[in-house]
Each structure stands twice: as C-alpha cells, then as structure tokens.
Write a protein that binds this ligand. Structure first.
Ligand SMILES: [Zn+2]
Length: 442
C-alpha cells in the first residue's frame, strides 16, 4: 500500500537551500515544505516533494534560499535622519544634530521612519529586527503592516527626555507594549536603557528587575567608543562592563550593543555572565569608534548577533553589507584572513541572532522552525559562478538580489514590492518629512 501523502500549504523548489541547521546542511535542487507558518520538511527535491501534497508549488529556479536575516540592533525610525549629518564624532553627532530633532519628533513621523525602515529591511531579506526608540507603539503599527517580526525597546534616559520626565514613566509604556503584544507571534518587547553615561544606576537596576519580571531581553549601548569608557569612568569610577556587572545587569538576557572598547578581563566577564553582544561594524567604522574584537568574543563562547544600528549612523539597514563589513573588518583588525570566516558571519546574521534575542524557532530552516526566509536570484551576474553558497551570501551578494521574502510562510516581499507598504505614498510622505526637518533643525 502506498504511503499517504502529507498535506502542506506550500512546496518551494530552489537550486540551493542553506538550512543553517545544527549541521549547516545545504541542499542542491532542494525542496522546502511549509505548513501553518512553519517548516514541515526540507531536503532534496525528488525525495522531499514526493512525500507531500501541496496546496501551492513554487519553482524558484536558479535561486538561493536562506533563513530570513535577523537584525539585532536597529533604530528603525532614524531612517528619517539618513544623510542628515555625516562624518562627525559620536558625541557631536548625537548632541548637536540628532537629539535636538528627536525632541520634536511626532508619533506620526516615528511611524513613517519605521515604515521606511521596514521597506528597506524586507527588500534586503531581514525578517526580524530589534528596535530601540521612542513611541514604539508606532513602530509596532508599522511592523504589523509590513509583516516583519520585531522586538520593541522603548528607549529611556536617566534625565528628562522628549517622552518621559523620569525613567519610571517608561515602565508603564513597557507594560502597555507587553499587553499590546501578548498574543502576537510577530512582536516581542525588551527593556532599552540608552547607555551607562545617559542613565542612572537606579534606572538600570529597576529596568533589569522589570526585564526579569516580564522575562524579556535587556538591551543597552555598551563600550561603543573609548570616549564612552572615559565618561563612565569619570561618572561611576568603573569602565562600562564592570559597572554594569556591579549593578547585576550582566545576565543571559543582557544584550550589549557595540562592545568596541573591551579588554580581556571584560570579555571573560561577559562570557561568564552569559550576556550577548550585538555587533554593528558599519556604524562603528563610520563613527570611527573602533573595531569590536568579535573573533575574541566568539572564541570566549559569547553569542554575537549582527546589527545595523540606525540609518543615521550607517547609513543603511542592509545586513548583507553588514555581513561583508563584519568579516572584512575583523580580518583587518587581526591581520588574519582566517578571522571571522563566512560561515561564522552568516551564523551571526541568522541562528546566533535568534540566540541573541532569545527568540527560538527563527534563524534556521529545519522542521519545526518558523518559515521565515529570503530568496536570492542566482542569475545575478555578481552571484555567478556558484561554488559555495555561504561564501556567495556573505562576500558576493549585496542584497539587491533578494526577490522574495516570507515571514511565517507568508509572502511579505516580492520582486521589488513590500506587500504591506504603499511605496509611492511612502516616498511622498518622506519628502514631506524632509521639508519638516529643514524647518525644525537648529
Ligand atoms: Zn544604537
């Protein structure tokens, strides 16, 4: 008697599928079966397809399928400031150009910037990002329309900010975000103190206690530059990592963004506490903050994800660029071509991103995981010929070859069009936002 066929919603056929599973299997002339938003099966086309009865079959032809990329550190709405003030030192850039405008930003502008960011990220294969900003409700609205996953971090300072007279006012907003996302499989929350030098020790302790009670990540800019280390030393008598540890803020739920200025003892401390690192090489290079010793982090067993930071300091939200920069910067830093090889970089942008955010079931394509994926057009001249798909994704692709993106098995981007975003309207509204910023600068 023939074995009954297993029903599924979608069968994808592609010339290569990079699973990013524990064995890092790559299948040639491959098949991926999707049911109820999850990967049901993956393997060689003949054997896998013959087991399933699909509602829809898509033959992608010369295509490379990868898990959707995970951007572990972004400020989506800062897309509004892309190209507004470049080539400046971090503190000058923040205090003279960014913070004065942010103080005047309306919730509607925050939503517009987040929409622009979602459009850009989907176009380059990002299916999940961690966001730190103000008015995160607006970011949530934008991500829901776009169909992209998000971890929302309502940012706070230790001093009065445009949003909160004190950090404690932020806790209510965080609780509200938790309620708004409670049954949402696409959105989660985190605590997002800005940095050691812009918060009080009380607010850091309290926010960590809240992160514990809500069981969510706690994400902070940490050791972003030698100047930050000096400020922290001056204010608290300790460098950023030992300072955070003295407050009990280095934990497995902690995500430290940047970590450019870490010494050997601090690397060991971060590893011992199980804290995670969000590496943002383009932003670090552009602001001339330095190069995070990422290979040392990985050698010490630290989970490292990859982030773009905001489009004001990058100036892009493209994780393909970030993967390439991460690899090249590390090789240059250590003068070692073997540092941070392609597979390690792809891991950072996928399965390590999932571990960094504490969001299981994304960042790989194996039975049971969420069907979040991107499809690269292998007929692009820069992706020919094909020897090694992982090398191609990290070193040769620029993201412009992405032609299809699925989140939870649903098409959210196809052939230049994000399905949940009206691009012509978005462009008109962004032009209006530029006029508004010209009027409100200074
Ligand atoms: Zn940042």
């Amino acid at each position: 008697m023939p074995t009954p066929l297993i029903p599924c919603d979608l069968l994808l056929r592609a010339s290569r599928i990079v699973t990013q599973d524990a064995r890092r299997r790559v299948f040639e002339d491959a098949c991926l079966a999707v049911r109820d938003g999850r990967v049901l099966d993956v393997g060689p086309w003949e054997a896998t397809a013959s087991r399933h009865a699909a509602t829809e079959v898509r033959d992608l032809g010369a295509a490379l399928v990868l898990p959707g990329l995970i951007n572990v550190h972004a400020h989506a709405s800062m897309t509004l400031f892309r190209g507004l003030a470049d080539d400046l030192p971090l503190m000058d850039w923040l205090s003279r150009h960014i913070w004065p405008l942010e103080a005047k930003l309306s919730p509607e502008l925050v939503r517009l910037g987040a929409q622009a960011a979602c459009a850009e990220m989907l176009a380059t294969g990002v299916t999940c990002f961690a966001d730190g900003y103000f008015h995160e409700r607006q970011v949530l609205a934008a991500t829901r329309e776009a169909g992209i996953r998000v971890v929302l971090g309502e940012g706070f300072f230790g001093f009065p900010s445009p949003m909160f007279p004190t950090a404690r006012h932020c806790w209510d907003v965080v609780e509200g975000l938790r309620e708004a996302t409670r049954d949402d499989p696409f959105a989660r929350i985190m605590l997002m103190p800005h940095a050691t030098y812009t918060t009080t020790s009380e607010s850091l302790r309290e926010s960590m206690a809240l992160a514990e009670s809500l069981d969510c990540p706690w994400h902070i800019h940490c050791a972003e530059s030698p100047a930050e280390t000096s400020s922290c030393l001056e204010m608290f008598g300790l460098r950023p990592v030992p300072y955070l540890d003295s407050l009990g803020c280095l934990r497995p739920r902690t995500i430290l963004a940047h970590c450019v200025d870490l010494n050997e003892e601090e690397i060991a401390l971060v590893a011992a506490r199980g804290a995670k690192v969000a590496h943002c090489p383009s932003s670090n290079m552009k602001l001339a903050n330095g190069a995070a010793p990422v290979q040392r982090f990985l050698d010490a067993g630290i989970v490292v994800g990859l982030g773009t930071d905001g489009a004001a300091s990058n100036n892009s939200l493209n994780l393909f660029t970030e993967m390439r920069h991460a690899a090249l910067l590390q090789k240059l830093l250590l003068l070692d071509p073997g540092a941070l090889p392609a597979q390690a970089v792809l891991d950072m942008a996928t399965r390590q991103g999932s571990a960094c955010l504490g969001w299981p079931g994304i960042g790989n394509l194996e039975p049971g995981s969420r069907a979040d994926l991107l499809v690269l057009d292998l007929s692009s001249p820069n992706l020919q010929p094909l020897h090694n798909p992982v090398s191609q994704a990290v070193y040769a692709a620029h993201g412009g070859e992405v032609r299809l993106v699925l989140v939870d098995g649903r098409v959210v981007y196809q052939d230049g069009r994000p399905l949940g975003i009206d691009l012509p309207l978005l462009r008109r509204e962004l032009a209006g936002a530029v006029r508004w910023m010209r009027e409100h600068r200074a």
